[in-house]
Every structure is written in structure tokens, then in C-alpha cells.
Design a binder for this molecule. Sequence first.
Ligand code: ATP
Ligand code: MG
Length: 554
Amino acid sequence: MSNENMSSNFIRNIIIEDLENKKHDEIITRFPPEPNGYLHIGHAKSIVLNSGLAEEFKGKFNLRFDDTNPTKEDTEYVESIKEDVKWLGGNWDNIYFASDYFDIMYDKAKLLIKKGLAYVCELTPEEIREYRGTLTEPGKESPYRNRSVEENLDLLERMKNGEFEDGSKVLRAKIDMSSPNINMRDPIIYRIAHATHHNTGDKWCIYPMYDFAHPLEDAIEGITHSICTLEFEDHRPLYDWFVRECEMESTPRQIEFARLNMTNTVMSKRKLKQLVDENIVDGWDDPRMPTVSGLRRRGYTPEAIRNFCMAIGVSKANSLVDSQMLEYFIREDLQLKANAAMAVIKPLKVVITNYPEGQTEMLTVSNNAKNEAAGTREVPFSREIYIEQDDFMEVPVKKYFRLFPGNEVRLMGAYFITCNDVIKDENGNVVELHCTYDPETKSGSGFTGRKVKGTIHWVDAKNARPAEFRLYEPLILDDAPENEGKHFLDQINPNSLEVLEGFIEDTTAKVAKPQDKFQLVRNGFFNVDPKNTTEDKLVFNRIVSLKSSFKINN
Ligand code: ATP
Ligand code: MG
């Protein structure tokens, strides 16, 4: 994976400078997910950035599970994350688990105690919060702050041995309760949690806090550039303090960049998990989810996601990316790759009254109008076909060139037909059209006798296969769901999924496999759903419509 289009971002410039100054022989980056949920498009940005930099500068890229919180973590998430990172093309050189470093971390905690830089505190969580002070007021020192080294070592050991209840004690760094940076006011290093860990089982009942664990993990692996999101900027002094005071051999440098935020999208694992747990969506891989697995099931390709990530670039300023930009990149990618097929998603039957009964002919149509190399295919045509309900109007509006009583249109790749009769049910709904065709007008025959203004697509009624078509709209109605105070569950779009029962040409149905992508003529780019497609019925997810007015300005 290369970063060509992230051509000059400030992180890249730092790396170039560090390599020129021989600060490192090679760079090592990492992607450090906590296995407490599935990856989303924001994580993809981080993966593309970190693995891309390692590749570009011939360094290394680690996938490291930041698994320090056993109560929320699970091997299901570990497996899904591996699959997603691999699928995105983030080829890791090493795969690590923070939990493999628990012994080292514990030793480093003891080192801090021995240096007089850590103590066991017995304030309650509320008291700790209270004592911490505010942005404008300094904090207050814990009464346990000046315990002896021996007492602290003994208590930590007993914490580790399981002698104390969850929440009764913590190990804290002894830094500065009046620091203007609240993160430096004696942050917690270890807490007690009698919980089974997905990796270490019941070996531990104390677990390290993120701010302590993360810099050590980076240093242990020799990470040179530890890239994280902006909210960790204020934690950097603490990050550096732990690396220094724990006397780590290697000194990683934390660099912050702006996280990806997207319109009509919530991007926090906590919120996405809520959507899953409350059955608002069909699992983490619901095609409406901004998860990597959801995007994959929707029909996005790794190339499209990578190109999107590179185009949005890397900066220090928070911003909101239009979700249509992601759609732009999948359209670009599928334009040439996805073969065309005819499908009718809202069927209306048409009987061609002058076409011989019992006859079927095969017509040749193009697989991709934009890519001749994609070749042609044969589709059957006979007396009864389906067209889209939207391609007929009994009383046409102005400039309507498709089918209406008395009007002639071209059936794509077939013949001209003229609508003669409209058949209705007892409620007055149009249920069938009777048309006649002109055998002289066969597509490809060189007929120039007259022109028609409208071309519509169709499928042969006898041969076409029933199929389900799922059309999507944004799951979240709000433009900027994460910027405002509103609750995201109040912003759920009730029309985010529309399920239609239609037909697809059998030529394509015969070959379509889960995850195959097609340009369904005039209806959009579709993916064959891998979860709900059965032997009997294909299910298609609309990835995007064929066209959009959205433009990338560059
Ligand atoms: P979330 O807030 O969605 O729960 P997280 O930051 O808690 O995400 P982690 O598993 O800790 O999830 O994230 C792993 C890496 O992905 C981190 O380095 C984090 O900075 C990065 N990351 C997470 N969300 C985004 C985002 N929206 N844009 C860019 N990078 C992100
Ligand atoms: Mg996190």
C-alpha cells in the first residue's frame, strides 16, 4: 500500500527529516486497535496511513492489539480486526498483543515505585476525581501519596495476588497535582479488575491503564513514530514521562493527526456497538454501517477505501468529510471493473402482442459500455418482458421520453416498442402494458429509419430470475452527528433500507457469486450480498447510484 496521494503530509515530512538526520535506521509504525469492536472507516484511515508510511520508507508496520481492558474485549473482535486489516491491504510485518507485555509492564511499575514515582492509593474513584481539581484549580494530594517504597511494593504485589476488591486500590504515578495539564496529576497506572482476559485468562487481576501501557508498548516494539488522533495531544507529556521514567531503551515519538469525521456517520465503536446490541442494524457488517465489514458487505472495494483515505489526507485540523466523497471513490473504482447487467427492481409486465408466441431469441449486449475489453453477452428476449414501473407514465409529464400510451421507445439492445394498451386492476393500478414491436428496428441491424428519444432496460419475463434488491440511504439523518449535543439514536433514518423484489437477467444470475459487483443498468452499482443470498435467490445490495453531482475539487 503506498501513499502516493498523501503526497506531502506533515507526518511524512517528519519521517523524511528523521531519516535524513539518521535518527533511525528504519521507521516502525503500528496500528493499535483495542479489540472491543469492529473496525470502521476512521480506523481505515489510520491503517492506510501507518502501513503506507512503513511501505514507502521501507520500514516495518506492526498490528498490535491494545488489549488491556478485559471486560470489553473479545476474540471475535481480534479475528474481525485481522480480517479487515488484511482485506484493506495493511500488510503487517508483526502481529503483537499488549497483553504479552504485562510482565514487563508490571516490572516497570515496580521500577517507578522504587524511584519514588508511584504509589498505591486508596481513595475512592469519586475522591480521586474530586482531588484531581479542574482546569482552573490545582488538584489536592492524596493522603496515600507519601507511603514508603516498601509499603508500596508490598501493596502492589498483594493487589496482583488478588487480595483486594475491584476498585479498592489503584497504583498511581507521582507526578504533580498542581500541573496545568490534568493528565499529569498523578494518573492511574494500574487498577484491580477480577476479570478473565481473552489472552492471559485469569493470570492477572490488575490491568494497566492506557496512558501507561501505550507508551511502553510502543517503546518495547521500537516504534519510531507513534501516530494517534488529536485528543491525545494533551497526553503527550505523560507519554514522554512514562517512556523516560520507565527507562525504556527506545524512545518513540507521538505525533497526532485529526481523526476522520464524516457527514451522516457515527464513528465511535461505543455507538456502533449500541446500534448492533439494540438490533437497529443487522450486525456489525450491516451494509449501512461505516465499519470495514459493513462497507465490504455493501460492496466497497479495498482500492476505493484506500483511495478515499489517501485523498482526504492527513492534517492537524479537525474537519468533517462529506460521505459522498467515499461514494465517489467506489464509483470511480467500479466504473471499469463491474460488468453491466439488466435488472428490473420495480417490475411492470409488458406483453409484446405481435411477437410470436413460444419464440425466444438471443440478443447480444455489451458487458461494459465504458470498457470494450469486457466483451458482450447474450440475453434472451421473448413475448413477455418486465420493465421498470418508473419507465412508464400513463399521463406523461413534460419532457418525459420513456413509455406512455402511443409512444415508441427503444428496448436496450433489442427493438423499438410502442405502447398500445394499459391494463389495470380493480383499484385502477397499472398492472400490464400491451405493446407492439417493429422487427426492422433490431439493435445492431443498422436500422436508421426513425429515431426515438427514450431507451429503457428490461428483462425477459420467462427467463429472468427473481431477486431481492436492497437500497440504502444514510443510517444517520444528521449532517454532523458527532459535533452536536443531540443523541445519535434520535437521528436514525427510518428509511435507511428499502427492500424491493424484482428480476435479474438469467445470464448474469447464473454466474453471480457472493461479493460479485455489477452495474445494474440505470439502477446503480450492486454487490451480491454474502450473508443472505441463497441457492434460490440472489440478494443485491446497492453500493451507490450510477451518477452523482458530487465533485472532488482539486
Ligand atoms: P473509537 O473512538 O471509534 O472507539 P478508538 O480510538 O477508541 O476508536 P482504537 O481501537 O483505540 O479505537 O483505535 C485504534 C487506532 O485507530 C488508534 O490509533 C486511533 O487513533 C485510530 N482511530 C480511531 N478512530 C479514528 C478516526 N476516526 N480517524 C482516524 N483514526 C482513528
Ligand atoms: Mg481508543
